[in-house]
Design a protein around this ligand. Sequence first.
Ligand code: ADP
Length: 265
Amino acid sequence: MLEIKNLTKVYDDGTRALEDVSFSVKEGEFLVVIGLSGSGKSTLLRCINRLIEPTDGQIVWDGEDVTAAESTDLRKISRRIGMIFQHFNLVRRSSVFTNVLAGRLGYVNTWPTLIHRFPREDRDMAVRALERVGLTEQAHKRASELSGGQQQRVGIARALMQQPSIILADEPVASLDPVLAHTILGYLERLNREEGMTIICSLHYLDLVQRYATQVIGLRSGRLVYTGSREDIQNMTDEQFKEIYGEEAERVTGPLTGGQQKDGE
Ligand code: ADP
């Protein structure tokens, strides 16, 4: 169980990005965070793994105070939280394999400049992670040679290297077309359903929210304005969605691929 209690973030310039936000996420949920651009979604996700320091409030994970954790404890906690990003955040000139191995960096003491300096187990693990996202054949290509959908799959493989219990996904499909969006979310859904990983993911499209979320929260100007269960979401109309999300929210239509990637994507 992850409990967010009265979380507030005020940036140095005085921007109040989160204001007294409280909610909890049970293990194994697929929580979707919705809200207009600038509503605080990204700040919220980054507070959970302390990439951003909250100003006030508490994050408690299985009884452990994440907000109070320092150095060694914090490293241990953040290792169990994988993250994937809208723009993939890969080292574009490095190989796919090296990018995936980089997910292990929380575990090795120094940055091994050559792949063969990573322990054998880590390299084996990277091979398996690439298999899981269907990219075995791309392992030795530069990341920049891959399509957007493939790059995001590298992002997922890199996160898997942390053997995470939670995956934070910050608008993971905002740069992708609808078919690829389903492919990527299909991978996250499989990790959620088959391996029990908790997913916390921000999304823009009502159809995607309805298709994948088991729980939804809505932010507006840093405040929590909506919490909904899977049933609530299924009954949500476009109008209600736009009330929370604003006019930029849309339906997305495209074939459901059930998480199968297409060759060449
Ligand atoms: P979202 O992910 O929903 O687009 P963000 O969490 O990125 O929202 O931003 C929430 C608010 O915080 C916005 O007003 C944004 O401009 C502001 N913000 C984000 N990062 C910073 C920062 N480093 N310094 C100051 N303000 C920031």
